[in-house]
Design a protein around this ligand. Structure first.
Ligand SMILES: [Zn+2]
Length: 376
């Protein structure tokens, strides 16, 4: 059972597990019989000595856990190599590192969400002893290794700081390793990168049109795939637009059934008027006509358009119109999945945003004009 849970490979059997000073120490004895020289790459079968390495591993039940590995030192038999002896390389920890690869991954996965000092503090509660400086070092030493021969890549835009700076992440579709992190999310940077990677046959990308264009420009024969996540996001956004257009703002339901027509709410005072009483009044309800026989429309308010109130109103209308024009320009440049963010930025609701977005040019033009309320 323990062997299955704690498996470091057949060449690295566990020979003992002890608990000492609030730490768990797993003793491992290397059974490896050969190793490549890190300098010349020639395999050596000659042991020189044995040595102990202490390597911190992921915690066990919130208890600090260390591997005490008894490993070999080898001789390099290549007379031309300047390396005389070298340490065995372990499959679970890099040379000269005091942490296993698993622990480094564990630390990184937490540090994505918070500062190094917070990560260090939280990890101390979980049974990992690591300083904020060490975490900083780990982050700064992340190497992005590009492979010019890669054939299938995924491209996605990522926020470095949401709403402020973005980057284009390119990763190998086969092992999901990061190949490049390009500044911004414009087509130009991606085009430059694609030129250096002519063997690419398949690209899974997000919905950004800029990426699609860059790929078609540089690698016209490449297959572009929209991944499921982005497809769904796209689909839902479009469905929403359709529903908003097709569905009435209010749906009336009575006794569990949707009514075809909206209920005309009759004000109570009207419904209570006795028709007999009404008929007693004799009054002329026909509209007033001018000398040419046209209906005179009454606007019973005095409008002094130079008054403070009207000047202010005109200014507000102008400002609103400018805001809508700016918003529409902005929307035409960005993806629809950012509408919420843009709405926030403009200080409007997503409903208003959608309304402004769907306005015709004439309607936008109309906003700055004073509305005349017709009285019929
Ligand atoms: Zn060598």
């Amino acid at each position: 059972m323990i062997e299955q849970l704690l498996n470091f490979g057949k060449d690295y059997p566990i020979i003992n597990i002890e608990q000492k000073n609030n730490k768990i120490i797993i003793h491992i004895k290397s059974k490896k019989e050969h190793c490549k020289c890190p300098n010349c790459g020639i395999e050596s079968y000659e042991y020189h000595a044995t040595y102990f390495r202490m390597i911190q591993d992921t915690p066990t039940h919130n208890t600090e856990t260390w591997l005490k590995v008894n490993a070999y030192e080898y001789k390099c038999n290549n007379p031309e190599c300047f390396v005389k002896t070298f340490n065995e390389n372990l499959p679970f920890a890099r040379r000269n590192k005091v942490m296993t690869d698993n622990l480094v991954r564990f630390i990184l996965s937490i540090s994505i969400f918070m500062s190094s000092s917070s990560t260090s503090l939280i990890l101390s509660f979980m049974g990992v002893k690591v300083s904020a400086d060490t975490i900083d070092n780990i982050i700064h030493n992340i190497k992005i290794i590009d492979r010019p021969d890669v054939e299938e890549v995924g491209i996605d835009d990522v926020a470095i700081r949401k709403g402020i700076s973005y980057a284009t992440a390119i990763y190998d579709l086969k092992d999901h390793s990061l190949l490049a992190l390009l500044e911004g999310r414009e087509a130009s940077a991606l085009e430059e990168w694609l030129k250096e990677h002519p063997k690419i046959k398949k690209v899974a990308r997000d919905r950004a049109n800029a990426y699609a264009k860059a790929i078609s420009n540089i690698l016209p024969n490449c297959i572009q795939v929209a991944d499921r996540f982005h497809l769904f996001e796209n689909l839902i956004e479009h469905l929403k637009d359709i529903f908003y257009k097709e569905m009435p703002e209010k749906i009336f339901i009575k006794n569990g059934k949707i009514l075809d027509e909206k209920i005309n709410k009759v004000p109570e005072y009207l419904s209570n008027i006795n028709q007999e009483v009404l008929s007693q009044f004799d009054y002329d309800n026909t509209p007033l006509l001018d000398s040419e026989g046209k209906i005179i429309e009454f606007d019973n308010r005095l409008h002094n358009l130079d008054s403070k109130q009207y000047v202010k109103q005109a200014q507000n209308r102008k400002e609103k119109q400018e805001m809508i024009i700016k918003l529409r320009k902005r929307l035409s440049r960005f993806n629809c999945h950012e509408t919420k963010k843009i709405a926030e930025e403009f200080g409007i609701s997503t409903v208003s945003l959608r309304k402004y977005k769907n306005m015709s040019e004439e309607e936008v033009e109309e906003i700055s004009n004073r509305r005349v309320y017709k009285k019929g």
